[in-house]
Ligand binder design. Structure first.
Ligand SMILES: N[C@@H](CCC(=O)N[C@@H](CS)C(=O)NCC(=O)O)C(=O)O
Length: 204
């Protein structure tokens, strides 16, 4: 059995993407919560050694540190041949969705969520309007990407679904609404065996 150790935090959608993939894949792992609201230099020394930007998530895989949520998801899919990693087509789909997510929907949603968090410095109206406009495009493109399938990977969820879930789970907090298609996908994601609330993935 591989030795897996995930550093994360319940407020981090990026960390939730990885926690969800590990859970859906039923891969036993240890979890350490890192206080992402504390000053970076005060974070656990063992974590600072393996996280180049002091950010979560980081996954230790048999002692080797992998950072960046998308890279971790790819590593899991390829190494364990799961969540799309069992076929060349599934891996290609995973790469496509991960790149789209990181550049588009996974860019605007965390910013919109953070702008509305109590205690946040907020963002100017122009920036919020720009992010909202981007989200509207991303929402329409989500519908195109999923088409008539239940999941972004087709009949079963894959790493692309885990990536998009990271922040789509918090649309209300970001102050935006899903399309009908996205809302139905979210309903299917919520009832997956292995789906858990962020506070359960990262119990403090
Ligand atoms: N591109 C990175 C983003 C990671 C990231 O932004 N992590 C945030 C939490 S969502 C963090 O650790 N913030 C703490 C800090 O910047 O000090 C990924 O995909 O893993």
């Amino acid at each position: 059995m591989p030795d897996l150790h995930l550093y994360g935090h319940p407020d981090s959608g990026h960390a939730c993407k990885v926690a969800l993939a590990l859970s859906l894949a039923d891969l036993p792992h240890a979890t350490t919560v890192i206080d992402i609201w504390a000053a970076p230099e005060t974070r656990l020394a063992t974590f600072l050694k393996v996280s180049p930007f002091a950010e979560v998530p980081v996954l230790l895989l048999d002692g080797a540190a992998v950072f960046q949520s998308g890279a971790i998801l790819m590593e899991l899919a390829q190494r364990f041949a799961l969540l799309g990693g069992d076929t060349p087509e599934g891996l290609r789909r995973g790469r496509e969705i991960l790149m789209w997510e990181a550049n588009r929907i996974g860019m605007c949603l965390p910013q919109l969520k953070e702008a509305r968090r109590s205690g946040s410095a907020g963002l100017s109206g122009d920036v919020v309007a720009w992010l909202m406009a981007r989200y509207e495009v991303d929402r329409a493109n989500f519908d195109r990407l999923i088409g008539d399938e239940p999941f972004l990977h087709g009949r079963a969820p894959g790493i692309g679904d885990c990536a998009v879930w990271g922040y789509v789970q918090w649309l209300d907090d970001a102050g935006v609404a899903p399309s009908d298609v996205m809302a139905h996908w979210a309903d299917r994601m919520r009832v997956l065996p292995g789906m858990k609330a962020p506070e359960v993935f990262f119990a403090q």
